[in-house]
Design a protein around this ligand. Sequence first.
Ligand code: SAM
Length: 482
Amino acid sequence: MIGLLQCYGEMSVLEPCAGEGVFIDGLRKIDGIPHITAYELNSDSVNILQSKYLGISNIQIEQEDFLLAFQLNFDKFDRVIANPPYGAYQSPEKRKQLKNDYPQLYVKETYGLFLIKAMELLKDNGRLVFIIPDTYLTLHMHEGLRKELLRHYEIESIVLFPSNFFPSVNFGYAGLSIISIVNKTPSYSYDFPVYNGLKSPKELPELLTEQRKKYEICRLSYCQVSNNPSSAFFLPSKSWINLTLSTKTLKVGDICSVVTGFYSGNDGKYLRRSESVTRGIKKYAIINSDDVCNDDLSICPPLNGLSNSSCWVPIVKGGNRRFYKHSEWFMDWSEEAIYDYKVANKKRARFQNAQYYFHQGIGVPMVSSSSITGSLIDGRLFDQSIVGIFPNKKYENLIYFLLGLFNSIACNDLIRTINASTNNSANYIKKIPIIIPKEKMLSKITDEVKRILLLSKQCDVADDDLIKLNKYYDEVYGAKSA
Ligand SMILES: C[S@@+](CC[C@H](N)C(=O)[O-])C[C@H]1O[C@@H](n2cnc3c(N)ncnc32)[C@H](O)[C@@H]1O
């Protein structure tokens, strides 16, 4: 990181969260005498810094919160180097102030705040090097940070590596990155390299030599990234994915409502299971079949509850089963229970997006196991661990096409590029591109999905049952050649 910083002569350098001074020690080994300003909040660390650098005039240590410092006029820096705190706790008052200062940023994640603040503190053409989680590349909540970078700064390079890359270090983040940024307005055609595949920290110095080429997995161009949904920094996996994601096509969010479902606020009391369910035996009572409402609730959704004694309604919950989930869970839908959800226990319950309860739609569990799965909601209630996808009126005929899509390899490739974790929150699902095939292909897909749907009502759908369907979606999305 010191090498990437390219610090020489008598430059001014900022270390915004110095800890015990590992970067300062590194800076002291370079040619020249940089003027170092170090911030640190923790008093034990400050004591160590003060005794370590006692009497060294070019090192100034401030015991202050870096995020709140520099409110007035201040000198800017030639260089900034940091390993900022990730996701650190901040008091509600401080968060409020930061939200006020940076309305476009996700203030719960401290590293983004350290980065943006440090960027603002760079002199023209000044450079910073940070080691931070790689979540800013694609996570929806970092859109503001990405846009700021794309508008006003040149990213010189990004190096990616797993979080267990350094011995004895392991964070709750899957991946880390070293990002190097210059305070210079980029041209639209600007691009920069992304490096990956280093096997050990010993190889890091190669990034300062021509050897770095062997780690270059791609160059990301600002104009392409700016066209991606939420300006996400998608890394090339298969060429059709990049092409599909950067082309202006319809997205799931353009043709469907994508919403999360219901929570009672106290499932132990209001949720029951069928005998076939073997998990949660202690917590959930078994439903009596006479208590279940077997009416077609989609005809007139009972949003104010059911007045007769058969007032427990089927609810679709999480769990990665494809195409169809049998009704195994039942929610109390009596008028008294509805009163609790909406009024008495309103704070804990989530009676949200009720206009979609008991409609036809597709439920995608918020968290996937190995790949994304979807199943038909089929006029039932759906719970908050599910993202419900309800085609708008004009697109209702696409329900089977969409059901197949959410179980396809092509869709999994797309959503895992949009967001690399196994999280399928509504914001990511909305961004999946929709390519509506021509009549003939649409009817072939619809027939195949109906066939598999029937199958799924009898047994689990295996990967082999999906071969034909996956081929169809590959053809529609141009993934065949990949
Ligand atoms: C991940 S450590 C990095 C320390 C050092 N730069 C290193 O790489 O070893 C982050 C440091 O930031 C300090 N810190 C956390 N919040 C801070 C804030 N708001 N202002 C200044 N320092 C902070 C912590 O006390 C901690 O020492």
